[in-house]
Design a protein around this ligand. Sequence first.
Ligand code: GRF
Length: 203
Amino acid sequence: KRVAVLISGRGSNMQALVEAARAPDYPAEIALVISNRPEAPGLAWAKDQGLHTLALDHNLYESREHFEGQLQSVLGLAKIDLIALAGFMRLMTADFVNRWQGRMINIHPSLLPAFKGLDTHEQALAAGVRISGCTVHFVVPEMDAGPIIGQAAVPVLPADTPETLAGRVLAAEHRLYPAMMAVVARGQAHMAETGLVWQRTDF
Ligand code: GRF
């Protein structure tokens, strides 16, 4: 499977995906790394790694539709099969999301459906939860709401700050995302109208 990873910043999840995809038996290749911010540190890292990279500065497009139109044509030219959002901070239109339904995944730093949106670690600490974690899910038009592909849990400790919790969750993200992208790339999990479907033979 040819994968495009979309980033907006640091790109540590993209780095984890790139490193996992180096394994000879990994069922996907990172064919393209795209950032909506040209100055994203992850883009420079990807370029240094010799990966194909592209900056699509959303400020250069007068509408979301124009930005997505350019994105769509690049994805088509690169024959991309699967989009992995990794710290991509732009909401996609329902039209784009529906076109990539079942072929676009995202990682969110909480145990969805808890703590959707931003500042998830602040939300978790404010709620006093004892367990937090991260979720890989198929993307649907509603934000942070698609069928869950996998989750990883981490403890919340009494002395935790948003930063210490974020660090613990991020380490789990870097293990979960490569594993779940492989599950999707192998077709072991896919998105049906009714939600997520596992292939019984593999689990
Ligand atoms: C991660 O916490 C991820 O869960 C969320 O935004 C952050 C991106 O980090 N989507 P990075 O850019 O992958 O380092």
